[in-house]
Design a protein around this ligand. Structure first.
Ligand SMILES: [Zn+2]
Ligand SMILES: [Zn+2]
Length: 91
């Protein structure tokens, strides 16, 4: 006997059945499996939000931090700053 349990509401489903709670508005539980199953609209929304973020002048990635370092008008993300940092040994 094969049946699945809906990760959203816990209802028993046939193997290929999509639960009613999945057909309407996506639900978010904080569970990564549920979020993975969620509708694509949310992903597009996230990409839109991402596009509004400033890009790092070095790696070109969107800066998803609360703050970044501004050097000469360019923003740099923490991972690039870490890569740029060199230890200074004074004899
Ligand atoms: Zn359900
Ligand atoms: Zn960077």
């Amino acid at each position: 006997m094969t049946f699945r349990t809906c990760p959203g509401c816990g209802a028993n489903l046939d193997p290929q059945e999509i639960c009613d709670c999945r057909k309407g508005k996506p639900m978010y539980s904080g569970n990564p499996i549920n979020d993975f199953l969620a509708h694509d609209d949310e992903q597009e929304e996230q990409e839109e939000q991402l596009a509004k973020l400033p890009r790092c002048a070095d790696c070109g990635e969107h800066i998803q931090q609360e703050s970044a370092v501004n050097i000469g008008g360019d923003l740099y993300c923490d991972s690039c700053l870490d890569a740029m940092r060199e230890s200074i040994d004074v004899e």
